[in-house]
Design a protein around this ligand. Structure first.
Ligand code: FAD
Length: 451
């Protein structure tokens, strides 16, 4: 009989546990903290609904939607407003809307004529399939430096809080890498790929539906935990995984046939195990701080009619960018007020995320005054520091992935799943959890097949 220990009650561990439970497999989730959800954390305070971690989920795969239906929270979903499709990029000190169609691209102020002409050359540039190429080198080679500086650099800081000079195209943006490999060009590939995705009923991140839940993102882990009930053990950190016999593991004084490590990569070296987890300490997890600010709408010159504003590194500002949650979703702020979430730090300047909070706020307000015309202080401030926020899939990341595979091959019953393996987003983490549960349930072990 299979019996699975899941270490970590973030969205990966909970999704894995739910899938195992649905398949009739006994499982226990061990969560170190007093709450489920890990990075997913919603705060309701003073009539504001603040996301301390992820702000929304993108439904990139049909299994995400199916899970939400199975959990019975389809009715709690809140779709992003249409205005959220508009995204601002700071160019020469002011936010400019990013073009959303090829015709808008041609007239957009974000890019110069030179950059636009450079992009048109892309289909004629010879492919170079190099797994060790950084995203910056890849983008500069295919579409030029201006698109790297004004589109990719801010986009990457919005998704990974990362640095394109360090991130690996093959690992951090595998779909982009595959486009060049398969079609020889990003533009040709984007056009053909859209047709193929349609056939597979998959969506790319730009077409996927973005949503949250009525009481915020935490609805999802809380509902999973409710369904799992006594199987979730809070305030129960795992310190060691011991091998008792071939395929039998001891976790917190209980025996299991399988163990899923669904904790962040940087936490792995703390575990006492017969296999070496020290390597995972080398995964870069830069610090990020998010500041949620409630501001009187009358004191903001910008209309905040979009998803948010990203700030390219070349613009030399303190902040990475800001989301406009009260424009994206309803009821995030009391009447007459706007809620903004500003991000600081990341791979670009991790030390900024750890500086004194009052000093940080002054610098953030300077940026907001200059870029969005915000005058006067916020009436509401909530700061969340993430000392180790998001794993960076930097060039050379395959050594971590290979190490996971080696351990899984050599130590039967040990599995790795989560944001450090299958993609960093909430949807990637859910799919990672579902995938590992499917793998365990499909695996016929010798004892099972004899009985
Ligand atoms: C500031 C921020 C903003 C983000 N924004 C977005 C967004 O808008 N959209 C999006 O899709 N993604 C976003 N992400 C990424 C996404 O939230 C995460 O990648 C995802 O939630 C990771 O889930 P996980 O379960 O793999 O890991 P985690 O959420 O880190 O969960 C791991 C769990 O393991 C527990 N744990 C650790 N050690 C032990 C131990 N020894 N024993 C037991 N338990 C242990 C931890 O307490 C934690 O609960 C954001 C992340 C951050 C930090």
């Amino acid at each position: 009989m299979k019996k699975v220990a899941i270490i970590g009650g973030g969205i990966t561990g909970l999704a894995a546990a739910f899938e195992l439970q649905e398949k009739g497999i006994e499982c226990t989730v061990f969560e170190a903290s007093g709450r489920v959800g890990g990075c997913i954390s919603t705060l309701q305070k003073d009539d504001y609904l603040v996301e301390c971690g992820p702000n929304s989920i993108l439904e990139t795969h049909p299994d995400i939607g199916k899970l939400i239906i199975r959990l019975g929270i389809e009715g709690n979903k809140v779709a992003a407003n249409l205005t959220a499709q508009k995204r601002f990029i700071v160019r020469d000190g002011k936010p400019v809307a990013l073009p959303t169609s090829p015709s808008a691209f041609l007239t957009s102020e974000v890019f110069s004529t030179k950059a636009k002409l450079r992009l048109l050359k892309e289909p004629f540039i010879k492919p170079l399939v190099d797994k060790q190429e950084s995203l910056a080198d890849f983008v500069q080679r295919r579409v030029g430096k201006e698109i790297l500086d004004y589109a990719i650099n801010p986009f990457v800081s919005g998704v990974y809080a990362g640095d394109p000079k360090k991130l690996s195209t093959a690992h951090a943006f595998p779909k982009l890498f595959a486009l060049e490999k398969k079609y020889g060009s990003l533009i040709k590939g984007a056009m053909k790929g859209a047709k193929e995705r349609k056939k597979r009923a998959e969506k790319n991140v730009h077409e996927a539906r973005m949503y949250t839940f009525d009481d915020g993102m935490e609805v999802l882990p809380l509902r999973l935990a409710e369904k799992l009930s006594y199987r979730v053990h809070l305030n129960t950190p795992v310190e060691s995984i011991q091998m008792m016999d071939e395929g039998i593991w001891m976790v917190n004084r209980e025996e299991f046939t399988n163990v899923i490590l669904a904790i962040p990569g940087h936490k792995m070296p703390e575990l006492n195990t017969p296999f070496d987890l020290d390597l995972f300490d080398e995964i870069e997890y830069p610090a990020v701080t998010s500041l949620s600010l409630g501001v009187d709408l009358n004191s903001i010159l910008h209309s905040l009619d979009g998803f948010g504003m990203l700030i390219p590194e070349v613009e030399n500002k303190f902040s990475l960018g800001a989301l406009f949650p009260s424009s994206i979703f309803p009821e995030r702020a009391p009447g007459g007020m706007a809620l903004l979430t500003v991000f600081v730090g990341g791979a670009r300047a991790p030390e900024r995320a750890l500086m004194d909070k009052d000093e940080m706020l002054v610098k953030v307000l300077d940026d907001l005054h200059e870029l969005l015309g915000i005058n006067g202080g916020p009436e509401f401030v909530h700061t969340t520091v993430w000392p180790k926020a998001i794993p960076q899939y930097n060039v050379g990341y395959e050594r971590f992935l290979n190490h996971m595979k080696d351990i899984e091959t050599n130590y039967k019953g040990i599995h790795f799943a989560g944001h450090y393996r299958d993609g960093i987003s909430v949807s990637n983490s859910i799919l990672s959890g579902l995938r590992v549960a499917e793998l365990i349930s499909n695996h016929k072990d010798t004892k099972d097949s004899k009985s």
